[in-house]
Design a protein around this ligand. Structure first.
Ligand code: NAP
Length: 298
């Protein structure tokens, strides 16, 4: 079996890495802080002292890190993955980063006789825990076929979208839909509350019709229950909207709705909500409307 390395054991990375052990993959892990690493070691993984050391004992290295500069440092930087990986090795970056970085990693890997895939995910913490992530993959077909048995331990809907960077473009498209839908659900609930109509009943009614969505269901429930512990941190979604808008700018494309929702996320962060789940965007709309949604029980 391929020896797998896993770097970045946060909300997503830890449960994803844990799924590889029962499948029998020899697993070496690295995380910046020690806590999550200990849990993996207790479950049967080995730890290494640096990304380079992980790569030196792995055939396939997976990264699950917050942002483009983190991935750039860990994969391309000094003491990074590509310094340790042997010829023929495969790097799979599952973080959400700039498509241009995915293409740079692909090129640098090729120069070393290695291959790379960008394989960002959708499905959140619950999808990571239940191994039901949707995984959108960019890179060559042979690299995809090689990675597929490993990715199948973490996800269900695994789609090869196109060449290097195509996975990250797909993820950017995904984040537009999620962000705009969160804003739409927020506006719908605030409208209902201002009109003295119970937003919880509105959610119940809308879930049976054309406005149904998982975001109305799951994040609508979070909004009404005030369950804003992450989940997916607002700072990370704001980072993704920067990827969306930077990529659009490179393409000479205007995305006015994405830009507006990104500004609303900025407002949430400015009000101290950066570490809250992105469903807390509803609180910005509440401030604009001078009201607060009340939990269904009250
Ligand atoms: P997270 O909980 O913040 O975890 C990030 C992990 O990366 C932490 O373990 C952190 O270590 C480690 N790390 C950060 N910078 C590092 C560096 N420079 N070198 C080495 N390790 C570093 O983030 P997450 O929610 O798991 O998200 C990871 C990626 O998945 C992001 O790109 C995010 O956009 C994407 N994503 C997240 C979700 C979600 O629902 N959470 C869903 C889909 C996609 P420490 O423990 O030391 O902080």
């Amino acid at each position: 079996m391929e020896r797998v390395g896993f770097i970045g054991l946060g909300i997503m990375g830890k449960p994803m890495a844990l799924h590889l052990l029962p499948a029998g993959y020899p697993l070496t892990v690295f995380n910046r802080s020690q806590g999550a690493q200990n849990e993996l070691i207790a479950a049967g993984a080995t730890s290494a002292a640096s990304p380079k050391d992980v790569a030196a004992v792995s055939d396939v290295v997976i990264t699950m890190l917050p942002d483009s500069p983190d991935v750039e440092q860990v994969v391309l930087g000094k003491g990074g993955v590509l310094e340790g990986l042997h010829s023929g090795g495969l790097v799979i970056d599952m973080s959400t980063v700039l498509p241009s970085l995915a293409r740079a990693i692909h090129d640098r890997a090729q120069q070393k006789g290695c291959t790379a895939l960008d394989a960002p995910v959708s499905g959140g913490q619950v999808g990571a825990q239940n191994a039901t992530l949707s995984i959108m993959v960019g890179g060559s077909v042979p690299a995809f076929e090689r990675a597929k048995p490993i990715l199948e331990k973490m996800g269900k809907n695994i789609v090869h979208v196109g060449e290097a960077g195509a996975g990250q473009v797909t993820k950017a498209a995904n984040q537009i839909v999620v962000a705009v839908t969160i804003a739409a659900v927020s506006e719908a609930f605030v409208l209902a509350a201002k009109a003295h109509v119970n937003p919880s009943k509105v959610r119940d009614a809308l879930l049976g019709g054309f406005a149904h969505s998982r975001i109305l269901d799951l994040h609508g429930s979070r909004m009404l229950q005030r369950r804003f512990q992450p989940g997916f941190k607002t700072t990370l979604h704001r980072k993704d909207m920067a990827i969306v808008l930077n990529t659009a700018r490179e393409l000479g494309l205007a995305l006015p709705v994405s830009a507006a929702v990104a500004e609303l996320m900025n407002a949430l962060i400015a009000n101290g909500g950066g570490e809250l789940d992105h469903s807390a965007l509803v609180t910005v709309f509440e401030k604009l409307g001078n009201l607060e949604l009340t939990p269904p029980s009250s």
